[in-house]
Design a protein around this ligand. Structure first.
Ligand SMILES: NC(=O)c1ccc[n+]([C@@H]2O[C@H](COP(=O)([O-])OP(=O)(O)OC[C@H]3O[C@@H](n4cnc5c(N)ncnc54)[C@H](O)[C@@H]3O)[C@@H](O)[C@H]2O)c1
Ligand SMILES: CC(C)[C@H](C(=O)O)[C@@H](O)C(=O)O
Ligand SMILES: [Mg+2]
Length: 351
């Protein structure tokens, strides 16, 4: 049956990298119908909101949604609920995509592009499972308020419930079964109650239902350090929304560039997934043809695997990205001079 893919190019380099995703889709000739909608700042400019109700409805009706990136200086002074990023959070929440898979793999040909020594990163293969629809990103109360003494107070609430922790932990354990079976759960249980509950519930689920999973726990500050000291000690890292955001950007540099890391955000089985490169709209290079489209194209591979169930085509896309890089085509972020378009062409030719 024809699968429905909704493309949300977004802002900055978003349209540049999703343009290359379209070329890969055309070359693959799969049974996929692709639609497109405005998102983020582009939607604010045209429709007055970062994501319209209609776009949310189309996303929920699709099999998968692939986003480029949102945000930029043009919209940075808007109130929070009118910013491009608020559209992304609304979409994640509406789609209830609580398990965000962010694989960080180091291509051998790129081990020298990493900011760490080749021997520390060669063969690196970490799977981050980031909780995506809870924690401090969504907790209430939030806001900035005036205090009687004239001071202002910014407030955000970090919170997790048992069920929110258990469902994402389950996703991590299930995923780890198909990998090495090792999961490291990361929080700050030494200073945060929500972190303590996280640790207890993850351990309880492991003891109740996943006796074969080798579970360890690590404090987030130590994890940030261990990632640059000895990243290959990790297989699957399970963590909350905020720590997952930061640690996955850190891990991107182990692989060579933020422009290489894809992601898949998944909810309950049978529901559409949301796929996005982990990078942002990169205002510093937007519109110059400098963006690396690999993260977006690898996100397409994740969509093809997880939402369309086509492992063969997913592998084909991943091998093509690796072959293009091994063949020497490199955008500037990974030490070359290829444009976004040239990188896309090399990937399409390697399919
Ligand atoms: N999922 C998303 O849509 C998403 C993710 C992160 C940031 N953002 C938004 O993007 C805007 C810019 O944020 P930022 O500058 O902190 O982060 P960023 O990820 O956009 O850029 C960080 C650095 O990485 C580089 N970079 C990112 N992607 C690249 C690519 N594909 N190829 C080559 N280089 C790449 C950029 O040039 C920049 O130097 C902000 O508005 C932020 O909120 C959106
Ligand atoms: C743009 C922003 C809301 C987003 C996040 O913090 O989740 C981004 O940094 C990401 O990594 O997807
Ligand atoms: Mg981020």
């Amino acid at each position: 049956m024809t699968k429905q893919l909704l493309l949300l190019p977004g802002d900055g380099i978003g349209p540049e990298v999703t343009g290359q995703v379209r070329r890969v889709l055309d070359a693959l000739d799969l049974d996929i119908e692709t639609g497109e909608a405005l998102f983020g700042g582009a939607a604010i400019d045209a429709e007055g909101v970062p994501v319209s109700d209609e776009t949310v409805a189309r996303a929920l009706a699709a099999d998968a949604v692939l986003m480029g990136a949102v945000g930029g200086p043009k919209w940075a002074n808007q109130p929070y609920d009118k910013r491009p990023e608020a559209g992304l959070l609304r979409l994640r929440e509406a789609m209830n995509v609580y398990a965000n898979l962010r694989p960080a793999r180091c291509f051998s040909a790129l081990a020298d592009a990493s900011s760490l020594k080749r021997e520390l990163v060669e063969g690196l293969d970490i799977m981050f499972v980031r909780e995506l629809v809870g924690g401090v990103y969504f907790g209430k109360p939030r806001g900035i308020e005036e205090l009687p003494d004239g001071e202002r107070r910014g407030l955000n609430t970090h919170q997790y419930t048992t069920s929110e922790i258990r469902r994402v932990a389950r996703a991590a354990f299930d995923l780890a079964k198909g990998r090495s079976g090792r999961v490291c759960s990361v929080e700050k249980s030494n200073v945060m109650e929500a972190g303590l509950l996280w640790r207890e519930e993850v351990q309880r689920l492991r003891d109740q239902e996943y006796p074969d999973i080798e579970l360890s726990h690590m404090l987030a500050d130590n994890c940030a350090m261990q990632l640059v000291k000895n990243p290959k000690q990790f297989d699957t890292i399970l963590t909350d929304n905020l720590f997952g955001d930061m640690l996955s950007d850190e891990a991107a540099m182990l692989t060579g560039s933020l422009g290489l890391l894809p992601s898949a955000a998944l909810g309950e089985p049978g529901k559409p997934g949301l796929y996005e490169p982990i990078h942002g709209s990169a205002p510093d290079i937007a519109g110059q043809g400098l963006a690396n489209p690999a993260a977006a194209i690898l996100s397409l591979a994740m969509a093809v695997r997880h939402s369309f169930g086509d492992e063969r085509a997913a592998g084909r896309i991943e091998r093509a990205v690796e072959a293009a890089i091994e063949g020497g085509t490199r955008t500037r972020d990974i030490g070359g001079e290829a444009t976004t378009e040239q990188m896309g062409s090399a990937i399409v030719q390697s399919l």
